[in-house]
Design a protein around this ligand. Structure first.
Ligand code: SF4
Length: 117
């Protein structure tokens, strides 16, 4: 099932219950970046996976938005998302969990623009 354009936050609960729910592909990257930016006020800066990882993820999603993403971009996104499991508190852990759900449910959208074959 494809949803109408929604806020990323509003989709998380639905995704956990229904793995078939997808974001609209054309605005997915912008919405993910917007979600990451919305977490800035909560990030205290005490640990690297959250403090640096979220900013780095935003630059990688910029590459998708600008049509410059490669397979390396996707692999780096995956690495940074799983790295968030090493965050020191629930802020980073929750961002990582949400991003893992995004990757799990929309991997084809991220993979399609960068696949080689
Ligand atoms: S995970 Fe927690 S401790 Fe680490 S930077 Fe984010 S808010 Fe600070």
């Amino acid at each position: 099932m494809t949803t109408k354009s929604q806020d990323v936050n509003a989709l998380f609960e639905q995704w956990i219950l229904d793995a078939e729910t997808k974001m609209l592909e054309d605005d997915m990257f912008v919405k993910i970046k917007s979600y990451l930016e919305s977490t800035h006020p909560e990030i205290c800066g005490k640990c690297i996976p959250c403090r640096d990882g979220v900013r780095k993820l935003e630059t990688l999603f910029d590459q998708y938005i600008q049509g410059e993403a490669t397979l390396k971009t996707l692999k780096e996104i995956e690495r940074l998302v799983y790295n968030l499991r090493a965050s020191r508190c629930s802020v980073g852990l929750d961002i990582g969990k949400n991003m893992e759900v995004i990757l799990e449910n929309n991997y084809h959208v991220l993979y399609s623009p960068v696949k080689k074959y």
